[in-house]
Write a protein that binds this ligand. Structure first.
Ligand code: APR
Length: 385
């Protein structure tokens, strides 16, 4: 996993370089600066006093001395003054200059704190977003393992709106599974030849009454398949070509249907039944017109692991790796389920991780680094490998 978000004390991280959120004097201070100087010992201060300070946005290298890391890259983040004093550009250059020094010293791994998000007052969600954006841009063209080290939960915030949206989506889906009677119904849409299972509409009381009236435990309903809990999208969401009748009586629920990306012949479908995970992965990469590196970098998977998967037809990835590739390929929920099944996994509504993944896929947000920011905020495993 080229970019990992971890909770730890950066002075404990054993990697080639750790980055210090310093002040222009480079003579130590509080926060992560104080912790690094304390752990590195007085030789660090002696060295720093010869460097002539450092300008905001720039970075300077020293050895790690008593630290487990070989180097310390000292960078000075901007003090937050409301956002109109060029703070963002300066913060971005902290990451770029630090990564450039790490690359120049042929570091294979580097750890960053969330620069400026402490004493310098940079809004934490924006500080995180800038860190992730700059690091992922660097990783598109460079092979390096980069950690974002979060020291305390309070220091870590994703945008409030995103956090609230995901929390609501989790509540909806958990409720649909545990708190309300299952609505058992499947709707086969005849036109356009797409037999589909509609996701359950939001469970309003009227709908619940209709469901109770309409569905008794008669035999024919035993075969009906369980409705997926509601997936609500803005009404503007483009529903695929479905019979008008079906769409009209459901359109007010803001529902969407998963239409196949393309009509497949019976022969294609039969050919794919015994396709392994890695065969399906390589087929999908071709179908999406991606190169291998584009795919594994979008999946936050390192090159070595991808080569292993490519070379072994029966390779069985971890669930987080399998989902990472589904995200990189920007698969629909149905395609994601198909691909996960090839690796022996399913998306279920009995755990937050799966529901958060479903949230991002149904909202067509395939930025794996934003997804990882959210997963980390909800204490879940991250995507990639
Ligand atoms: N490991 C990892 N992260 C840490 C650690 C640690 N040991 N200690 C603090 N942090 C986190 C904070 O929680 C915050 O998210 O580092 C982030 C940056 O906070 P600060 O250290 O306060 O740095 P910054 O906001 O850039 O302010 C720099 O503070 O320490 C002084 O001398 C420094 O004047 C400079 C200013």
């Amino acid at each position: 996993m080229p970019l990992k978000i971890i909770r730890d004390d950066i002075t404990k991280i054993k990697c080639d370089a750790i980055v210090n959120a310093a002040n222009p004097s480079l003579l130590g201070g509080g926060g992560v600066d104080g912790a690094i100087h304390k752990a590195a010992g007085r030789k660090l201060l002696e060295k720093c006093s010869t460097l002539g300070g450092c300008r905001t946005g720039e970075a300077k290298l020293t050895k790690g001395y008593d630290l487990p890391s070989k180097y310390v890259i000292h960078t000075v983040g901007p003090i937050w003054r409301g956002g109109a004093a060029g703070e963002e550009a300066l913060l971005r250059s902290c990451y770029r200059n630090s990564l450039a020094i790490a690359k120049d010293k042929k570091c294979e791994s580097v750890a960053f704190p969330l620069i400026s998000s402490g004493a310098y007052g940079y809004p934490k969600d924006q500080a995180l977003h800038i860190a992730v954006e700059e690091i992922t841009a660097f990783l598109l063209n460079n092979d390096m393992l980069v950690y974002i080290v979060v020291y305390d939960r309070r220091a870590y915030q994703i945008s409030e709106k995103l956090f609230d949206d995901i929390s609501a989506f989790i509540d909806d889906n958990y409720v649909a599974l545990h708190g309300a009677p299952n609505i058992r119904r499947s709707v086969q849409a005849e036109a356009n030849g797409f037999p589909g299972i509609c996701p359950a509409p939001p469970l309003t009381s009227a709908l619940k009454k209709e469901a109770d009236d309409e569905f008794s435990d008669t035999a024919e309903n035993q075969t009906a398949s369980l409705w997926e809990p509601a997936v609500r999208r803005p009404k503007s969401a483009k529903a695929p070509a479905f019979p008008t009748a079906v769409r009209e009586d459901l359109s007010d629920t803001g529902m969407i249907f998963e239409a196949p990306q393309d009509k497949q012949s019976l022969e294609d479908i039969l050919k794919q039944i015994d396709e392994s995970f890695s065969e399906m992965l390589l087929r999908k990469i071709d179908e999406k017109g991606l190169t291998d590196p584009e795919c594994y970098k979008k999946a936050n998977v390192d090159r070595k692991l991808f080569s292993k998967i490519r070379g072994d037809k029966s390779y069985r990835p971890s669930k987080t790796t399998a989902i990472a590739f589904c995200i990189a390929l920007e698969l629909t929920l149905t395609e994601t389920r198909d691909m996960l099944m090839k690796a022996g996994y399913a998306l279920s509504h009995s755990n937050k991780f799966d529901i958060i993944i479903e949230y991002f896929i149904t909202n067509q947000n395939y930025n794996i680094f934003e997804i990882n920011e959210a997963l980390f905020a909800f204490d879940q495993s991250l995507l990639g490998a």
